[in-house]
Design a protein around this ligand. Structure first.
Ligand SMILES: Cc1cc2nc3c(=O)[nH]c(=O)nc-3n(C[C@H](O)[C@H](O)[C@H](O)COP(=O)(O)OP(=O)(O)OC[C@H]3O[C@@H](n4cnc5c(N)ncnc54)[C@H](O)[C@@H]3O)c2cc1C
Length: 476
């Protein structure tokens, strides 16, 4: 009987340049690709129309189509991996499972439990596939994790060059072409399996959600988005990336999140441009992504605790529900903040500069707990990544690793003047301000000129002083 192995797709929902497929093809005769709608994860999705699940359903159907062309199929299940994986292993006499390694604390624990359950009957082989470098590799000369971005970034770049990581990984792509004839089609499985043949909507219904067509986010566009960024935007990335209305960034974060594009292909493309300033700056952003995953891996308590000990339990956060509600309903009275929230609600994405502006406003001017802000973003971001989101919120609230100092508080009016000079971004998301001149929109006395707009919920100057005093006292 030929040896069958499972490829368990989790974060890397693609066939090409996928370490798990490559390893399975090296070691087994036949490969069975699976995906599990994990009920413990689904519990976090409260909105039955959550667009991330429709995107996921589209992605799974796309992967299934690609597998069908190679005479295989994707097997999808609904339940907990802890019940499903051992059942499959027993039923199909599986000796090896290949999957991409996940560094979130809860997922590390899940994988550990699964391996314990399987004992030595079957090995769960994990590969670092959504990061370029495994988080336990880059350490300081004292063998400790870096806590500051710049020295980490320098060590990271040196490591990549010295280890030839990218050259080795080039070989991975070739493996995909060997899938044909090596895919295993199992006999009909139990009730926990999900039928993909009826399409995205029927599939989602089987796991309790409703499908919505999304004109904005389509997994089929993943490579096009990345390629067109390299064709038209990368040369000016450094100059344009902060302008809110420009679309000067790649906007590939949701595709990276679901692993539709491989992180290695991003690096390879950027490194091919060698000394291009835009490409160097962009790679630094990719390294921020690695850095935040690295920090969460080494300091798992930061998932809901400030990285900086002095800010743990010492900040008297504002608990007024009314303030939180005004913020999440884009009623702060600050057009740039409200426009950013609208962008998030409408598109499931927010420009990085806008994320920094709203997170600073939330945690400093409103003195609302960064964890509440993190949770709000988690409900809407298409690119939601626990590590990057926690990292971004802790950075903005000055309590994270390498965070901005507590006395640096973004002035929303000045940020607007600088990064949305013609107020195009504000007007796009707040069309009622279409006819108002930009210098009025970004003016501290905006509400005096335009009384129809909600009053600012806090005075910028006073709330700034309050934040500085609060953080100063907390840090003593
Ligand atoms: C408060 C806050 C919350 C954030 N939450 C998330 C999140 O949940 N998921 C997420 O992917 N990013 C998050 N970011 C980082 C950043 O805003 C987004 O990655 C970026 O806006 C995505 O747009 P892009 O693909 O056009 O980025 P580009 O500028 O084209 O950058 C390329 C890629 O690098 C990565 N990247 C860029 N900037 C950062 C960064 N500061 N930290 C980590 N990775 C980065 C992303 O994967 C991005 O797709 C957050 C930032 C802040 C300030």
């Amino acid at each position: 009987m030929s040896k069958v192995s499972i490829v368990w797709l989790r974060r890397n929902l693609r066939l090409a340049d996928n370490k798990s497929f490559a390893a399975a093809l090296r070691n087994a005769d036949k490969v069975l690709p699976i995906f599990i709608f994990d009920t413990t994860i689904l519990k976090r999705f409260q909105n039955p129309y959550d667009r991330r699940l429709s995107f996921l359903a589209n992605t799974l159907c796309l992967v299934n189509e690609q597998l069908q062309k190679l005479a295989g199929k994707l097997c999808v299940f609904h339940g907990t991996p802890l019940e499903i994986i051992p059942k499959l292993v027993k039923l199909l006499k599986i000796q090896a499972i290949y999957a991409d390694q996940d560094y979130e604390p809860a997922n590390i624990e899940r994988d550990r439990k699964i391996q314990n359950l399987l004992a030595d009957q079957c090995i769960l082989h994990l590969y670092c596939d959504h990061l370029l470098i495994k988080p336990d590799i880059i350490l300081t000369k004292y063998n400790e994790p870096y806590k500051v971005y710049t020295p980490y970034m320098q060590a990271f770049r040196t490591h990549i060059v010295n280890q030839g990581t990218l050259a080795q990984n080039r070989l991975l792509t070739a493996y995909t072409y060997q899938l044909e004839g090596r895919l295993f089609i199992p006999p009909p499985l139990d009730a926990q399996s999900i039928d993909l043949s009826l399409g995205e909507a029927a599939m989602l219904q089987q796991v309790g959600y409703l499908y919505t067509k999304d004109a904005l986010w389509d997994p089929k566009n993943a490579h096009h988005v990345l390629n067109s960024f390299f064709k038209t935007k990368i040369d000016h990335y450094k100059a344009n990336r902060d302008f809110l209305h420009f679309n000067g960034t790649s906007i590939c974060s949701p595709y990276l999140r679901f692993g539709l594009i491989s992180i290695r292909s991003c690096y390879r493309k950027a490194l091919a441009l060698a000394s291009n300033l835009g490409a160097t700056t962009w790679v630094n952003e990719l390294i921020w992504r690695e850095f935040y995953t690295y920090i969460l891996y080494h300091f798992p308590n930061t998932v809901n605790q400030a990285f900086q000990e002095k800010y743990r339990g010492t900040i008297p956060w504002n608990s007024k529900q009314e303030d939180y509600d005004k913020f999440i309903h884009a009623q702060t009275g600050y057009p740039i903040v409200d426009a950013a929230i609208k962008q998030l609600l409408l598109e499931g994405w927010m420009h990085n500069r806008a994320r920094m502006i709203v997170a600073s406003f939330f945690t400093k001017n409103l003195l609302l707990d960064w964890r509440k802000g993190e949770n709000f973003f988690a409900q809407y971001l298409m690119d939601y990544e626990l590590a990057s989101n926690v990292g971004g919120w802790q950075w903005s609230s000055s309590c994270g690793t390498d965070a901005q100092p507590y006395f640096r508080i973004f002035n929303p009016y000045l940020q607007g003047k600088k990064f949305d000079p013609d107020a195009q971004y504000v007007k796009k998301y707040l069309p009622s301000l279409q006819t108002i001149p930009a210098d009025v929109i970004h003016n501290v006395d905006f509400h005096k000129f335009y009384p129809h707009y909600p009053n600012p919920m806090v005075d910028y100057g006073l709330s700034r002083v309050r934040a500085i005093e609060t953080f100063k006292k907390a840090g003593q």
